[in-house]
Ligand binder design. Structure first.
Ligand code: 5AD
Ligand code: SF4
Length: 462
């Protein structure tokens, strides 16, 4: 049975708002987000609801009376990082027992982690997973009105309908995450995502188009459509892109992530013919050996993958293609790894995210025998980076002397004289000669230098 919690979310939001209104001053909240853009988007929804209930945002956790950790479980490192920060919350609770501490997200969607936090982190007041942010107001209400700790495992019925019309508090006005679907049906052998985010659920196209239109009308210039596999969007991804592209205005639409088995030529043609869809594909290859791709349950061959890349380049010679690669999957031989290096050389990615395989409890790959020593994996990882870094640097250097139109993201963290911006092809550029008024606007920049990860340039004009 499907349930839609939007109605009850609104009732609980009113109830919490009434409690907050009776407090001597408005309490502050802080959300710490780990992991991917989907998690950032979820946090923006949690923040929107929290503010609608009367809380104000705190700049750091020190001043907050509500702290939420939105966690990631994709690799062991991500879980360790979250657990260590949650561990620090112990001191916050000791200093002020009224602080409410909540943990949610992919890590707590795993029953063994929920149990662990329940048992070993007694100062955590409430826990929930990923499937229903719309149940968060109810959870917060319970946490505020009872002295009991509250745990909401993800195994309840329903919540198949993603709730619409709940408030969102976006980080920026000019750049937005726009989730189009949730969950994943692919069950790649190494991946925890299908277990912690459940089956695929797509939002209705009308709701997505209306949200995009409103964003563009209120000045947003960069919209990233989000889903674990946007290519299997239930109502047709290419046609969704065509509809979105019709929205009038000066803006860019990006999307991530794409599964190569579902990226169609129709989709590539649609992008090539569009006005607003960025010429950038994040297309995780994961491995370049057919034996490993099969063991990973990726359901494509290296030949199919590389021919897709060739077709993209043929249709859009300026396209940027990025990828994810896993090194050291159980059973990966030196020969398999060489195949990956070879595919990386062929594909000429603009950039990659590479990872050493990390076994995840409950996934099929975690049960495979893994005899490759860790030193061999780190050595392969370094060799992969060396190959890719040379490609990235050479590709970036070809842009020196050109002018690129960037959406300016603001001053760089380390030097207020230097500004950062991103191109239509998702290239990050650090440039001089700009000022604060450019943030969130388009600017033309001449590229003067190039390295592996970034380009440098100088401001030319708007
Ligand atoms: N170990 C290492 N990397 C992983 N990824 C997903 N699961 C694992 C794992 N168990 C990587 C994949 C995916 C990216 C988001 O994280 O490359 O595309
Ligand atoms: Fe994980 Fe594969 Fe789904 Fe991506 S497509 S989230 S790697 S199971």
């Amino acid at each position: 049975m499907q349930k839609n919690y939007a109605e009850s979310a609104r009732r609980y939001m009113d109830a919490v708002a009434a409690i907050v209104a009776s407090m001597p001053r408005r309490p502050a909240y802080y959300i710490e987000t780990f992991g991917c853009q989907q998690n950032e988007a979820d946090s923006e929804r949690l923040a929107g609801m929290t503010e609608a209930m009367g809380f104000v945002r705190a700049a750091d956790p020190d001043g907050a009376s509500l702290i939420i950790y939105n966690t990631c479980a994709v690799r062991e490192h991500a879980e360790k990082k979250a657990l260590s920060l949650i561990g620090e919350a112990k001191h916050r609770k000791a200093a002020n027992p009224d602080v409410l501490i909540g943990v949610c997200g992919c890590m707590t969607a795993q029953p063994h982690r929920m149990e662990e936090i329940k048992r070993h982190y007694p100062y955590v007041d409430f826990l929930f997973g990923t499937k229903a942010p719309e149940r968060y107001p109810e959870i917060l209400y319970n946490a505020l009105t009872s002295n009991k700790r509250t745990f909401y495992p993800d195994d309840y019925d329903g919540v198949d309908v993603p709730a619409e019309d709940l408030p969102v508090k976006r980080e920026m006005t000019w750049k937005a995450w726009l989730p189009i679907m949730y969950g994943c049906n692919n069950f790649c052998a190494y991946c925890i995502v299908p277990y912690v985010r459940g089956r695929e659920r797509s939002r209705q196209p009308e709701a997505i188009i209306a949200e995009a239109r409103e964003l563009v009308e209120t000045g947003c210039k960069d919209i990233t459509l989000l889903g674990q596999n946007v290519n299997s969007y239930e109502y047709g991804f290419a046609s969704l892109l065509r509809e979105l592209d019709k929205i009038p205005g000066d803006y860019v639409i990006r999307f991530m992530t794409s599964h190569p088995k579902d990226a169609t030529r129709e989709l590539i043609d649609t992008i090539a013919e569009s006005e607003h869809i960025a010429h950038h594909f994040h297309l995780p290859m994961q491995a370049g050996s057919n034996a490993i791709l099969k063991a990973m349950n990726r359901r494509y061959t290296r030949e199919q993958y590389l021919s897709l890349v060739d077709y993209m380049r043929e249709k859009m010679p300026d396209i940027a293609i990025s990828s994810d690669i896993i090194v050291g999957f159980p059973g990966e031989t030196e020969e398999d790894f060489e195949d990956t290096l070879d595919a990386v050389r062929h594909a000429q990615f603009d950039f990659i995210y590479s990872f050493i395989y990390s076994p995840r409890v409950g996934t099929p790959a975690a049960k495979l025998e893994d005899t490759t020593p860790h030193e061999v994996k780190t050595e392969r990882f370094a060799r992969l980076l060396e190959v890719q870094n040379a490609i990235s640097r050479a590709k970036n250097q070809r842009l020196v002397g050109q002018r690129l139109r960037l959406l300016v993201e603001g001053p760089s963290k380390t030097n207020p004289e230097v500004f950062s911006g991103r191109s239509f092809h998702a290239k990050l550029v650090h440039f001089t000669g700009g000022d604060e008024s450019l943030t969130g606007k388009y600017a033309w920049v001449e590229i003067t230098g190039a390295d592996v990860y970034t380009l440098t340039g100088k401001f030319v004009g708007v």
